[in-house]
Design a protein around this ligand. Structure first.
Ligand SMILES: NC(=O)C1=CN([C@@H]2O[C@H](COP(=O)(O)OP(=O)(O)OC[C@H]3O[C@@H](n4cnc5c(N)ncnc54)[C@H](OP(=O)(O)O)[C@@H]3O)[C@@H](O)[C@H]2O)C=CC1
Ligand SMILES: CC(=O)N[C@@H](CCC(=O)OP(=O)(O)O)C(=O)O
Length: 318
């Protein structure tokens, strides 16, 4: 039986990626869509791969509450999810996946990082999809939890699609041309999110660069005891051995190769006595958002986790 999905925020970067992935998913079909602008227009006028029969609806929670769907995805800016969560309740309510940061710290919601919380996501009804940098930081740090002598430091660089479509200096290609823009030098939300879900403090400084999509994180980890490289490599390979969407490589992954891929690539993996350095790349719009949302939807709806998320590409490097 094909399940059905409604998408709120369909004209955004992430909404568009999710609609594209759903076009290749046999078990889950996009049947309703809403956005702030373009109401009454065919979704296909905005997204070439959208089903021909979908017309953009107004995005009021009251409208969305009438949709006869198995799941609803909120791909809206932060701060808007509560109005939907309030009306999509009760035993017949659809599974709700929120891409914003609104419920990532709420114990009543399930935190949707499948490689760390798969058992809880299976059958969950309300799922908070992790932040893009926070996904890379957690997967990059987790294998060394228990061996850390202090907070890992993550230096992150994102493509400007990470800043969404609302115009700002962080998604202005002219401002970013030949440039690298540091921002949120302390207290970025993803620093708090990664620290909270790792149950270990991390430090994070984000930057935005002139490329469109992809994230590179260089993470420095202070260790409680000296480690040799083979042991470091073995730890990462062991933890992710059965995870098709996390690839551990020998070389240093580069962000250009991350664009369009569904997995996180972890490499570098150098160690000097008690000082390890790990490089993590991912596509912010895919494993950082839409592919991860699809993993979560599949798990919640009882479908194969990676249906619609191809994962047999050749390695990016190494
Ligand atoms: N971009 C990324 O790399 C990632 C994003 N996320 C999160 O996913 C969510 C969606 O992100 P993204 O697709 O980049 O966002 P966009 O800015 O590209 O899209 C936002 C969508 O929300 C709609 N919208 C409704 N109300 C508003 C409003 N008041 N202001 C702006 N847009 C509004 C827009 O409608 P319309 O176009 O019709 O105006 C559009 O469909 C956000 O919460 C973001 O933090 C999470 C991980 C990664
Ligand atoms: C380049 C850029 O601006 N990136 C965004 C990350 C987007 C994201 O994933 O943030 P949410 O937690 O809001 O979902 C930022 O740093 O806020």
């Amino acid at each position: 039986m094909t399940r059905t999905l409604g998408l709120v925020g369909a004209r955004g970067h992430v909404g568009g990626e999710l609609a594209r992935l759903l076009a290749g998913h046999d078990g889950l079909r996009l049947t309703r869509a809403a956005s702030r602008q373009g109401v009454g227009e065919p979704l296909r006028a905005h997204l070439a791969h959208a089903p021909a029969d979908i017309v953009l609806e107004d995005m009021s929670p009251e409208t969305v509450a009438t949709w006869p769907v198995d799941a609803v995805v909120l791909a809206l800016p932060n701060g808007l999810a509560a109005a939907y969560a309030d009306v999509l309740t009760g035993p017949r309510a659809p599974v709700l996946v929120d891409l914003s940061a609104d419920y990532r710290f709420d114990p009543e919601w399930t935190y949707g990082l499948p490689e760390r919380h798969r058992a809880q996501i299976r059958g969950a009804r309300k799922i908070a999809n992790p932040g893009c940098y926070a996904t890379g930081i957690q997967l990059g740090v987790a294998p060394l939890l228990g061996l850390l002598a202090g907070p890992p430091q993550a230096f992150g660089v994102s493509g400007y699609s990470g800043a969404g479509t609302t115009p700002s200096p962080r998604n202005d290609p002219e401002r970013l041309r030949d440039n690298l823009m540091p921002y949120a030098l302390t207290g970025h939300l993803h620093e708090r999110e990664a620290s909270h879900h790792l149950d270990h403090a991390v430090r994070f400084v984000p930057h935005v660069a002139p490329f469109f999509r992809g994230i590179s994180l260089t993470i420095t980890l202070p260790l409680a005891r000296p480690l040799e490289r083979p042991e470091l490599l073995a730890r990462y390979r062991d933890v992710y051995a059965d995870e098709p969407l996390v690839r551990v490589v020998d070389g240093v992954p580069e962000v250009r190769a991350a664009a369009g891929r569904h997995d996180v690539v972890i490499g570098g993996l150098q160690v000097d006595d008690c000082h390890a350095v790990v490089v993590v790349t991912l596509d912010n719009l895919l494993k950082g958002a839409a592919s991860q949302a699809l993993q979560n939807l599949n798990l919640a709806l009882g479908l194969p986790e990676r249906q619609g998320v191809p994962h047999d590409d050749p390695p990016a490097v190494g």
